[in-house]
Design a protein. Structure first.
Length: 159
């Protein structure tokens, strides 16, 4: 299975890069992982809704260039469906059993995802009604993907 994580911006904090590297290494025995960073837009403080839409549209265009036709696209969205770790594991397993060999997970920038990306997604996934920094979300997402593979392999993983 190929798993792509597509997100705007570069991870600047060393501790987050270290965590991303660690989970990427752990996942290498289960899947082919590709982390795709697209350029992010600077968001001015107190930007209008119109400016926010323009920023999301620009980031959305950059993200869309990496979405593949045969891939199952999962967009992270606050209003998406919340899954337990076991349910996420089952979703990944079910996709594989149905012949899906490529999953692309999309994380929005600091103000979220463009509506065009949300419409393109095959599934909207929510980790919480809370908002997380998009750079930290990469670590959380990688940990949950790793946990899903451990669950599906019947291997122990701390709870």
């Amino acid at each position: 299975m190929q798993i792509d994580i597509i997100a705007p911006g570069r991870v600047k904090e060393r501790y987050l890069r270290d965590a991303i590297d660690e989970y990427s290494k752990r996942l290498s025995r289960y899947c082919k992982l590709n982390i795709i960073e697209v350029a992010d837009e600077k968001t001015p403080d107190h930007a209008s809704e119109g400016v926010d839409r323009q920023i999301k549209a620009k980031e959305g265009e950059r993200i869309a260039k990496h979405l593949k036709d045969g891939a199952f696209v999962i967009a992270l969205a606050i209003n998406g469906k919340q899954l337990s770790s076991e349910e996420l594991a089952a979703k990944i397993n079910d996709l594989g059993l149905r012949g899906t060999s490529h999953i692309q997970l999309v994380i929005g920038g600091s103000i979220g995802l463009d509506d065009a990306i949300l419409r393109r997604a095959d599934f909207l996934l929510s980790f919480s009604k809370m908002t997380f920094p998009h750079q930290l979300m990469r670590v959380i997402l990688l940990e949950q993907i790793y946990r899903a593979y451990k669950i599906n392999a019947g291997e122990p993983y701390h709870k």
